[in-house]
Design a protein around this ligand. Structure first.
Ligand code: ATP
Length: 233
């Protein structure tokens, strides 16, 4: 999907959390969304997926203003997005495989096909052995990968991952990074993180500071430590 933010402004009450963000994310874009805590990273991902309504400006999906689409069409188009958010949880009473199958069966994918696809993505994230396990038995890193498998099962053309490395040890973070790179091949991948993850050197940085997009281009590590008056000038 061709994604675009055009003067995208999001407010929560009187507070502006995204201020006139404009960026073009053509199919196959691979970028990091970086910025400190509260910079607006999660809000940008949610807005791009049409989960947050802009106060001003717009999000365009293949050139169409997302907020103006009829609800039924919006839902159909949202199926192109795979999302892994920090607060996502697996259902503890269901096996890992059933958790991964859920978004498919909800979309009326026949059970047999859903099972085959779930096993396929579980293999891709290195969790084939854990398919029949209950999530409570998984380590934190395995839960992250199971969440990723659930997002991938529906074969999204846009994968949005919000801080997928939070709380992971370096070895597990490396594994998750490898899976993200492998499975997103060809599609759009946007990964939000507070700092550039060493294991995921994506070629483009979208750097947010206080809700403003202050850099959109190649990696610019100096930004991470630059003071506000320099960056926002
Ligand atoms: N539903 C909401 N209602 C009110 N304020 C919100 C809501 N969601 C986010 N905010 C505020 O918007 C600002 C941006 O939040 P956001 O989660 O997008 O930042 P972030 O860069 O992802 O931060 P973090 O790295 O801590 O997750 C924060 O100040 C947050 O408190």
């Amino acid at each position: 999907m061709d994604l675009r933010a055009d003067g995208l402004t999001v407010r929560y009450g009187a507070r502006t959390v995204l201020a006139s963000v404009t960026c073009a994310l053509p199919p196959g874009t691979q970028a990091l969304v970086l910025g400190r805590s509260g910079a607006g990273k999660t809000t940008l991902l949610k807005a791009l997926a049409g989960l947050v309504t802009p106060a001003e400006g717009s999000v365009l999906w293949d050139g169409q203003v997302a907020a103006r689409l009829p609800a039924s069409e919006r839902r159909v188009r949202q199926a192109a997005f795979g999302m892994v958010f920090q607060t996502d949880a697996l259902f503890d009473s269901m096996t890992v495989r059933d958790n991964v199958m859920l978004p498919l069966t909800r979309r009326r994918v026949p059970e047999d096909e859903a099972r085959v696809r779930a096993d396929e993505v579980l293999r891709a994230v290195g969790l084939a052995e854990a398919a029949d396990t209950l999530p409570e038995r998984l380590s934190g890193g395995m839960k992250k990968r199971a969440g990723l498998a659930r997002a991938l099962a529906a074969r999204p053309s846009v994968l949005l991952a919000d801080d997928p490395f939070a709380g992971l040890d370096p070895g597990t973070a490396r594994q998750v990074a490898r899976v993200l790179l492998e499975v997103s091949g060809g599609g759009t991948l946007l990964v939000a993180a507070p700092e550039a993850p060493v294991d995921l050197p994506l070629p483009r940085w979208l750097y947010l500071r206080g809700g403003k997009l202050v850099h959109d281009g190649p990696p610019a590590p100096a930004l991470e430590h630059a003071p506000d008056d320099e960056v926002l000038a």
